[in-house]
Ligand binder design. Structure first.
Ligand code: NAD
Length: 273
């Protein structure tokens, strides 16, 4: 345990979009944040920094020292060729979980994705929100890697007694950029609230939660996150007029963007190169 209010977080992928929001937000709340990434950001701020690859077990062992919670964000965040997803997202996630066990870190919060269940259809969830217990329906190799993440999280919770929360993040950006994102938006401030709640929740075994703000149009069940102490404060509705005007019309329900939970990822193909 570090001498800050809550302890030390090791955050993989800390230089990325979500990491940049979280490391500032969590440090402000009183966490000591140790970033771990292939690159150093322009402004690490007060964060301790380790340049390393999540495929490198020795680098992870060194980075896990005196860590209370791991937040695992590192990886490829979009569709890609399977070999690259395998290395960064599947082997990388295995390495992070395994290093956490070796170091005796009790809790991992890990960035899963809506794309682990992206082929579920909105039309089937008109009467009740989609739960976290629906069967995996990945929409890409990327989504498959998130199903793996949820599976190894479950395995390590059962086998090693780790406390694991897999967060199926929606769309974590400053503002929603499309009509779909009015449903899926996770504001940077709510992202901080969510990960702080999950890091401090007293009773955690193995959990999957959806990570979105309190969006009026959301059709994903937020109760599992609320049960762990998450109290979202933001609602994408404040951007609705702007986003709808830019979209220039009502969404077509047959468009994969609106039909499927994963939106256009259901049409994504890996790049050729
Ligand atoms: N942004 C979103 O809305 C969203 C939605 C769902 C899930 N997620 C997940 O959240 C995580 C972060 O997403 P993001 O949008 O910040 O992506 P990002 O690409 O901005 O950040 C990912 C970071 O991981 C680092 N990284 C990649 N491979 C690495 C490796 N092998 N070793 C060490 N570091 C490595 C990159 O350098 C980068 O800084 C990802 O796992 C992504 O799948 C994000």
């Amino acid at each position: 345990m570090s001498d800050t209010e809550f302890g030390r977080i090791l955050m993989t992928g800390a230089a990325g979009g979500v990491g940049t929001f979280l490391r500032a937000g969590l440090a402000e709340l009183g966490w000591q944040v140790r970033g771990f990434d292939l690159v150093t950001p322009d402004e690490p701020g007060t964060t301790e920094w380790v340049v390393g690859d999540v495929g490198d077990a020795a680098a992870l062992d060194a980075a896990m020292r005196d860590v209370d919670v791991v937040i695992h964000l590192a990886g490829i965040p979009v569709e890609d060729r399977f070999e690259r997803i395998l290395k960064s997202n599947i082997d990388g996630t295995y390495q992070v979980f395994d290093a956490a066990v070796r170091a005796g870190v009790p809790r991992i919060l890990t960035a899963s994705s809506n794309h682990a269940v992206g082929y579920h259809e909105r039309a089937d969830y008109r009467d009740a929100p989609i739960g976290v217990d629906v069967r995996p329906r990945p929409d890409t190799y990327y989504g498959v890697s998130k199903v793996f993440m949820e599976a190894i999280g479950s395995f390590y919770a059962d086998r090693h007694g780790m406390q694991v929360v897999c967060v199926r993040i929606g769309s974590c950006f400053e503002e929603p950029k499309s009509i779909r994102m009015l449903d899926t938006w996770l504001s940077p401030a709510d992202a901080t609230r969510l990960f702080h709640a999950l890091a401090t929740a007293p009773e955690v075994g193995y959990e999957i939660v959806y990570g979105i703000s309190a969006n009026k149009t959301a059709w994903w069940d937020l109760e599992p996150a609320r049960r762990l102490g998450y109290e979202p404060q933001d609602d994408s509705d404040v951007f609705a007029e702007k986003v709808e005007a830019a979209a220039g019309g009502a969404p077509d329900p047959a468009d994969p963007e609106f039909r499927y939970l994963g939106g256009r990822f259901t049409m994504a193909v890996p790049p050729e190169d």
